[in-house]
Design a protein around this ligand. Structure first.
Ligand SMILES: *[C@@H]1O[C@H](CO)[C@@H](O)[C@H](O)[C@H]1NC(C)=O
Length: 261
């Protein structure tokens, strides 16, 4: 009896909490469902892209792998960056002529092959992918394109976990030991800024100059602006070289060494 007496005044509060909780639970469920669906679609897409490229390209020919990816994307929804975005990336790579490149987010391996194809023979790509299946299929595509394990390294991990472990993957050498020449970010846009700052903290960006490409896939304009506003507050080290709808190019330089490339 005393329990009822005590609970009656609490009833409105309890009702309020439970109704609020219900809203939260349903939002959470909704988010979880959307996330699972995206993940599932992503996996299906990665699998079918991989199957198409694997069976329809000329093995050992990077150009053929690229063309087959583009052929697939012509008629199927694809997770690869679009050919115009690919061309924008390629333009930067040709201009910067990097030795050591870091990629976050492999999707189907299209951009990995694009990057490797433009690197010099001594160049090296480190690519970090969170999803094990995507990493495995992406690695296979890189090998099918004719590249060797000495030219690339696939790490299956989140970007945040990978960053502190990257140093040993950088090649020793007069030029290469300075750090990364190019970073391509095409993973979770919410990680772009924190990962960039972590790479800087770990002294992985080449002090005399490192280009950073942020790929924008359906990213809200205000979110992109938020990142760029943060970058602008670090004008001593970063400059925004170009802003396209699909991609932003940043340039990092720590010291007063050498001239702008
Ligand atoms: C290879 O290409 C053909 C023609 O475009 C297509 O019908 C076929 O499904 C592709 N193979 C795979 C495994 O996707």
């Amino acid at each position: 009896m005393w329990l009822v007496v005590v609970s009656v005044p609490l009833l409105p509060a309890l009702l309020m909490v439970s109704s609020r909780f219900r809203v939260k639970v349903s939002t959470l469920c909704h988010q979880a469902a959307a996330w699972a669906l995206r993940l599932l679609r992503g996996k299906v897409c990665v699998r079918s892209t991989h199957a198409f490229v694997f069976s329809n390209c000329t093995h050992g020919k990077a150009d053929s792998v690229m063309e087959t990816f583009e052929l697939y994307a012509d008629t199927n929804p694809s997770l690869c960056i679009s050919p115009p975005t690919g061309e924008a990336v390629a333009e930067v790579v040709r201009r910067v002529s990097p030795y050591q490149v870091l990629e976050f987010g492999m999707h189907c391996g299209y951009s990995s092959v694009l990057l490797l194809r433009l690197l010099p023979p001594a160049g090296r790509l480190i690519t970090v992918e969170l999803d094990p299946l995507t990493a495995e299929l992406g690695e296979e595509v890189i090998l099918v394109a004719g590249f060797k394990h000495t030219q690339f390294q696939v790490l299956t991990s989140s970007s945040a976990d990978a960053i502190p472990t990257l140093r040993p993957f950088l090649e020793p050498g007069e030029r290469t030991s300075e750090g990364l020449d190019l970073v391509l970010m095409d993973h979770d846009p919410q990680q772009y800024l924190s990962d960039l700052l972590a790479l800087e903290r770990e002294a992985l960006l080449r002090p005399s100059g490192c280009s950073v490409l942020l790929i924008h896939r359906n990213q809200r304009a205000e979110d992109v602006r938020g990142i760029l506003d943060q970058i602008r507050t670090r004008a001593d080290r970063y400059c925004i070289k170009s802003e396209l709808q699909c991609m932003t190019e940043l340039f990092y330089r720590k010291g007063n060494t050498r001239t702008d490339r």
